[in-house]
Design a protein around this ligand. Structure first.
Ligand SMILES: [Zn+2]
Length: 181
């Protein structure tokens, strides 16, 4: 990638990191609840949520609020490598989120992060359950995105989370997108 981030690095400050922790904990609760996952099953999803401070250069993208990078376990003696060994790193893109909040002052950090993290965790669950393949053509990716946005909405909307209205409005186009299948 030719884009240099060195001039425009923006990372969450300590106060914002505390909000990230709250949002991760709540997202894990809500997604576990939705998929009826036990604490053990949640751990077995084998993911971690990280912010800019813990991202490598190749894990940073300009145009997303988060992305999932999959790491495959290298087991040299194993004949069969199953996807159970995959590790998913949910890479929160601090700079994109902060830039978006600057333009959309109607949204607050906590509900926005909660939406983004819930959305990514739904992806992780679906990767693990083979409902979604990691590498798919763009048109399938788009249909899957719509589906994941709908599930995220389904998970969050009954919870009456303060400030979630403007976040739903921001993502509205995804909910109304025509689903291809
Ligand atoms: Zn997505």
């Amino acid at each position: 990638m030719s884009i240099s981030f060195t001039q425009s690095v923006t990372a969450f400050d300590a106060g914002q990191m505390a909000v990230v922790s709250q949002a991760v904990a709540m997202a894990e609760d809500l997604v576990s609840d939705h998929y009826k996952l036990s604490a053990t099953q949640l751990r077995q999803l084998n993911y971690d949520v990280k912010t800019r401070a813990d991202l490598a250069e190749h894990e940073i993208v300009a145009d997303h609020f988060a992305q999932i990078v999959r790491y495959r376990a290298e087991k040299h003696n194993a004949v069969l490598i199953t996807s159970a060994q995959d590790f998913y790193k949910v890479c929160i893109q601090d700079h994109s989120i902060l830039a978006c909040l600057k333009d959309h002052t109607e949204m607050a950090l906590y509900p926005f992060l909660l939406y983004v993290i819930c959305h990514e965790l739904v992806h992780v669950v679906r990767f693990k359950r083979f409902q979604q393949q990691f590498h798919v053509p763009d048109e399938l990716k788009c249909a899957e995105e719509t589906r994941v946005h709908r599930i995220t909405h389904e998970i969050l909307s009954p919870r009456k989370i303060k400030g979630m209205g403007p976040v739903f409005a921001f993502y509205e186009n995804w909910l109304t997108a025509t689903e291809m299948s």
